[in-house]
Design a protein around this ligand. Structure first.
Ligand code: ADP
Length: 244
C-alpha cells in the first residue's frame, strides 16, 4: 500500500513515543557500546598499544560520537516537523554552489564518491533555507553512496513552469516497486540486512522540502538506478524577495 507519510498529510498519526524509544535505544546502544569499549581499552592499555592502534580507536570513537549527534539532530527535526515548529531561515541561495559543497563534504567521508553537478545557465537563485536544503541534498547523496553506486551520482538542476527542481540520480540496483512505495515512511529500510541508519532520513527530508512548499519524490527502475527529485515553487520566493 502506498501510504504517503509526510508530516503535512492530514490525519497522519504522530510518531508514537514507543516507536521513538525503541528506535533511539537501539540506535544509541551500538555507538555507545563501541565508545565505552575503545575508551576502556585506551585507558587500561595505553602503554602497550602502538600509535596506529591508538589512532584507529580514537577515529572510531570520533565516528561513533558523530553517529550519536546525528541521531539526536534527527530527533529534534522530527519533533519540530511533528509540532509544526520548524522555522525556515530564508535567504537567496545558489543551489548549484550548494550542491557542489555537498558533494565535496560527502566526498571527504566517502572518497569513492564520483558525482557530477549540472545546472542550466539560467537557473535562478532561490529564496530558501540553505542549511535545510543542504541537509536534504546530503541525505540524498549519502543514500546514493550507501544504498546504490557511489561512482555514478548526478545532481541536476531543472527548470519547469513556475518551479525549479533538483534531481539526484544514481546508477545503483534501483528500488523494487513495493519498496519504492515506502521509502518515505518513518523507520523504513528496504533491506534489513544491509548497513544503514535509522530509516528517518528520507522522511525528514520530505518534511523539510514540504516546509518550503515543494515536493520530494522518488522514481526507480530496478537494475538501472533511482532518481530522487525535489521541487521548489518559484512564485512564492520571487514575491517574498521582491517585497523585501
Ligand atoms: P536512513 O536514514 O536509514 O539512511 P532513509 O530514510 O534515508 O534511511 O532511506 C530509507 C531506505 O530507502 C533505505 O534504507 C534504503 O533501503 C532505501 N533507499 C534510499 N535511497 C536509496 C537509493 N538511492 N537507492 C536504493 N535504495 C535507497
Amino acid at each position: 500500500m502506498n501510504r504517503p507519510d509526510g508530516p503535512h498529510d492530514t490525519g497522519e498519526e504522530p510518531v508514537s513515543a514507543m516507536d521513538i524509544v525503541a528506535t533511539v535505544s537501539h540506535e544509541l546502544r551500538s555507538p555507545l557500546t563501541s565508545i565505552k569499549g575503545y575508551t576502556a581499552l585506551l585507558l587500561n592499555r595505553w602503554d602497550v598499544l602502538d600509535d596506529d592502534r591508538k589512532q584507529f580507536m580514537l577515529a572510531q570513537v570520533a565516528q561513533d560520537a558523530d553517529r550519536v549527534t546525528r541521531l539526536l539532530n534527527e530527533l529534534l527535526d522530527i519533533s519540530r516537523l511533528e509540532t509544526g515548529r520548524l522555522s525556515l531561515r530564508r535567504a537567496m541561495v545558489d543551489l548549484q554552489a550548494l550542491a557542489a559543497d555537498v558533494v565535496a563534504k560527502v566526498g571527504l567521508a566517502a572518497p569513492e564518491l564520483e558525482a557530477t553537478v549540472t545546472f542550466p545557465a539560467d537557473f535562478p537563485e532561490v529564496y530558501v533555507d540553505g542549511d535545510k536544503l543542504t541537509q536534504v541534498l546530503t541525505n540524498l547523496v549519502e543514500n546514493a553512496v550507501k544504498y546504490a553506486d557511489p561512482t555514478g551520482v548526478r545532481i541536476s538542476g531543472e527548470l519547469a513552469d513556475g518551479e525549479v527542481a533538483v534531481a539526484v540520480s544514481d546508477r545503483g540496483e534501483g528500488i523494487a516497486a513495493e519498496d519504492l512505495a515506502h521509502v518515505f515512511d518513518r523507520f523504513f529500510h528496504a533491506d534489513e540486512g544491509r548497513p544503514s541508519g535509522t530509516g528517518l532520513g528520507l522522511w525528514i527530508s520530505r518534511g523539510l522540502v514540504e516546509a518550503h512548499g515543494g515536493q520530494l519524490t522518488a522514481e526507480s527502475q530496478p537494475g538501472r538506478g533511482s532518481t530522487f527529485r525535489f521541487t521548489l515553487p518559484t512564485g512564492e520566493f520571487e514575491r517574498i524577495h521582491g517585497e523585501g
